[in-house]
Design a protein around this ligand. Structure first.
Ligand code: FAD
Length: 429
């Protein structure tokens, strides 16, 4: 078999596009294969893209990429059944940099990213799923797609969560209901001026709101609202195991979330124009499989490279950074003419030296900590009921904040339990 390409990249999400673009820019002939009708056709993200990694690849990408808004307001909101308490960080006064979050819509963003690969000389084929790996003895030697065998000395698997290629390569991917979340999302259309007025935004500024508590009926997960130019992205992300154990359906949670008085007010007058659902890895460091085999590297969600700490969900930047690192390793392998896992493991070293593995290590206890049910039930309820009492003036003698706080803690849990949970949080997140 003669190799027509120096590398094949499977999946034109952010991991695959970043890998293919880096390879093409370095003069390698690269084939990017995407099963969707076009890149981003079915891809789902909340989505806030943190841009530092992408900025290395495409400097000042936001000037040409179809980003929606730059996030200048980050809000964390605790929900009870009827009330809400928020921590609101407004950074309009700060100089905004590439590491500010940008809201994106994947159908536009991925298409742009795949277009950059073509501009750089890469070949992008869409509408064809890769069905299998091509083997040359024990070594991976290309892919099988649309009934054709396409040989290449190295394959970059960027085929997302539940990666067929990583499984077929035997890299030890362990996807289970406990280490994967299900996200459901709506895009709600609304006039641009209304969004800016309602979310207190200047032109091009954006808001990211993360919700905890009643949005998931107190089970492991959270909700989000992100502002785009003239739409709002709204959704819930819930651990699959929590859905199964509690016999909940994420679509019902989404409907309930939209009905919460504080949320209803934010989306009033909007029209749902899109609905989507997708899985996202949440197992952290221990869920990361082996990252290479002879002739194959695995990147992004396919390698479970996602950081979920409860305060944010970062997968896009991890995907871009891992795609770029995979491309570096392929370049080295090509120079040496050696595509064994020994040489390709330069990828693992590059990731170990980057924020990707360092963050997953720093927050390695986060997945276990986030199993604590009280984070989603007791504490949001506690914050809301304390705020309700603080802001209720009913003509009776008032109590101090400390007294009210202690009473609410005792009513909802115990002071000792609270201390233990705070200590666990200190170590994990
Ligand atoms: P994907 O984006 O899944 O891309 C994989 C690509 O491979 C797809 O285009 C797919 O069609 C293609 N493919 C799959 N199989 C094949 C095949 N056999 N042949 C050919 N092509 C194939 N991350 C953030 O950073 N910020 C957020 O706000 C955020 N919010 C999220 C909200 C939700 C509801 C969900 C589900 C995820 C969220 N994430 C967020 C995570 C983020 O979306 C992912 O981590 C990121 O998309 C991973 O990129 P990827 O390129 O590895 O995989």
């Amino acid at each position: 078999m003669k190799d027509e390409f120096d590398a094949i990249v499977v999946g034109a999400g952010p991991a695959g596009c970043a890998a293919a673009l880096s390879l093409a820019r370095n003069g390698l002939s690269v084939l990017l294969i995407e099963r969707g009708r076009f890149a981003g056709a079915k891809n789902v993200t909340g989505g806030v893209l943190y841009g530092a990694a992408l900025n290395e690849l495409v400097p000042e990408f936001w000037k040409e990429a179809p980003v929606e808004r730059r996030v200048t307001r980050h809000v964390v909101t605790f929900l009870s059944q009827r009330t809400a308490v928020s921590i609101d960080f407004d950074s309009k006064g700060l100089e905004q940099t590439s590491s500010s979050g940008f809201t994106v819509l994947r159908a536009k963003f991925d298409r742009w990213f795949a277009g950059k690969v073509e501009e750089a000389g890469g070949v992008v084929i869409t509408g064809i799923p890769v069905d299998d790996l091509l083997w040359d003895g024990q070594r991976i030697a290309g892919v099988i797609a649309g009934g054709d065998s396409i040989p290449a000395p190295v394959v970059v698997a960027a085929d997302g969560v539940n990666s067929v290629l990583a499984k077929k390569a035997g890299l030890g991917v362990q996807l289970s209901p406990a280490n994967v979340n299900q996200g459901v999302k709506e895009i709600i259309k609304m006039p641009r001026e209304l969004i800016e007025e309602r979310f207190n935004l200047d032109e091009n500024d954006g808001t990211a709101i993360h919700f905890l508590g009643h949005c998931t009926r107190g089970v492991h997960g959270g909700g989000f609202i992100y502002t785009n130019k003239d739409t709002i992205s709204l959704g819930v992300v819930v651990q699959l195991k929590a859905l199964i154990d509690n016999r909940l359906r994420s679509v019902e949670l989404l409907e309930g979330f939209k009905e919460h008085p504080s949320v209803r007010a934010l989306i009033k007058g909007g029209t749902t124009v899109e609905y989507s659902a997708h899985l996202v890895p949440s197992g952290g460091l221990t869920a990361v499989p082996r990252l290479c085999a002879d002739g194959l590297l695995v990147t992004g969600d396919a390698a479970a490279l996602v950081l979920a700490t409860g305060r944010s969900l970062e997968g896009l930047n991890f995907a871009v950074a891992s795609g770029m690192a995979a491309a570096e390793a392929v370049k080295t392998a090509r120079q040496k003419g050696d595509y064994t896992s020994k040489t390709l493991s330069a990828y693992t070293d590059l990731l170990a030296g980057s924020f990707v593995m360092q963050d997953l290590k720093t927050f390695k206890k986060a997945p276990r900590f986030l199993e604590n049910q009280r984070i989603y039930s007791v504490y949001p309820e506690l914050a809301c009921s304390l705020a309700e009492r603080l802001f209720t003036v009913d003509g009776k003698a008032k109590r101090t904040v400390w007294q009210l706080g202690l009473e609410e803690v005792k009513r909802k849990t115990s002071a000792w339990q609270l201390v233990k949970d705070v200590m666990a949080a200190r170590r994990a997140v």
